[in-house]
Design a protein around this ligand. Structure first.
Ligand code: PSU
Ligand code: MN
Length: 304
């Protein structure tokens, strides 16, 4: 166990077994969204969790300390430049005392699992990058989803990834994947990828029962919910922007952890803000669904 500092509010909520939703910090930093949209995303996600009656718990590494739950002034600190912290980087961010390490999905799941938070919301998970059969770039998010007993709510995986291979890999790793009120794997800012999921659940209480079984088995689960249709980006427009962004990243020789932030920034700039508007809407919606699930989980009888 590493030392994790909980905010007083999150510590109290854990002790009282109240509903909590963990949130990652990469999406709110300069690595995830351009300013000032990142601030709006954070405000809307925090509000969505609270509106459903749950407690938000943003994860980060601040001054070399792993944190779950931040104060208002600490929320300000995560809106700026950051060093990306995936699960494998947590020991470095702590041991080298990084000022601000922005936690990705994998690092957030590790921290949430350690402190006993069962629900986590993000925008879109990382996955198998296009061309991974050659360069082997597969996000650590997938392995973390499989290993940690936490439910992740996302709008599928980021659409510039190889979505069929991402779904296949989730299956290989044994991650339970469910569409919440949808049967197709969402494509982040686009409503659907056209890939049909094996399982659809429409009722949040059923989702909570399934999640309880999943977490009892020891692994994680991905709950997919699409971007609200009124804010979705047209698939043709998005595919063109993705092709240009990937070509730009390739020409500039970008590899490894730098790929995702650069591609997200290129797409944001290339879609006259449409992708950013969609990103905010889906992040808020995911936080809302996650909070409803967290509320339902704490309402379940402890011995079903
Ligand atoms: N989805 C977003 N914005 C983001 C990310 C995902 O809408 O910034 C981040 C998450 O933190 C995710 C990470 O865990 O990108 C994946 O990076 P990589 O592909 O390098 O594993
Ligand atoms: Mn990678």
């Amino acid at each position: 166990m590493i030392d994790v500092q909980l905010s007083p509010e999150v510590a109290a909520a854990l002790a009282d077994q109240r509903a909590i939703v963990a949130l990652e910090s990469t999406i709110f930093s300069h690595l995830g969204l351009p300013s000032p949209a990142n601030r709006e995303a954070l405000t809307r996600c925090l509000a969505a969790v609270r509106a459903a009656g749950a407690v938000p718990a943003v994860t980060a590494v601040l001054d070399g300390v792993a944190r779950v739950g931040l104060s208002d002034s600490e929320h300000e600190r995560i809106l700026g430049p950051a060093r990306k912290v995936a699960e494998r980087d947590l020991p470095l961010a702590i041991g080298e005392r990084w000022d601000f390490g922005a936690t990705t999905v994998s690092a957030s799941l590790a921290l949430a699992a350690q402190v006993g938070i069962r629900v986590f919301a993000t925008g879109g998970i990382g996955g198998v990058h296009r061309g991974a059969e050659l360069h082997a770039d597969i996000s650590a998010d997938l392995g973390a989803l499989a290993r940690h007993p936490v439910v992740t709510v996302s709008a599928g995986a980021k659409s510039f990834l190889d979505l069929p291979r991402t779904l296949e890999t989730l299956e290989t790793l044994g991650v339970t994947v469910v569409g919440y009120q949808c049967i197709e794997f969402p494509a982040f800012t686009v409503v659907s990828s056209g890939l049909v999921l094996q399982h659809r659940i429409d009722d949040v209480d059923v989702l909570a029962r399934v999640a309880t079984s999943r977490l009892s088995l020891g692994g994680g689960m991905l709950v997919c919910t699409p971007v609200p249709a009124s804010h979705a980006v047209d698939a043709t427009m998005m595919n063109a922007a993705i092709d240009r962004a990937l070509a730009t990243a390739h020409q500039r020789g970008i590899t490894g952890p730098a790929v995702t932030p650069i591609v997200l920034a290129e797409i944001a700039a290339d879609t006259s803000g449409e992708a950013v508007v969609a990103n905010l809407a889906l992040a808020e919606n995911n936080a809302h669904v996650a909070a409803m699930l967290a509320m339902s989980l704490v309402a379940l009888p402890s011995k079903p």
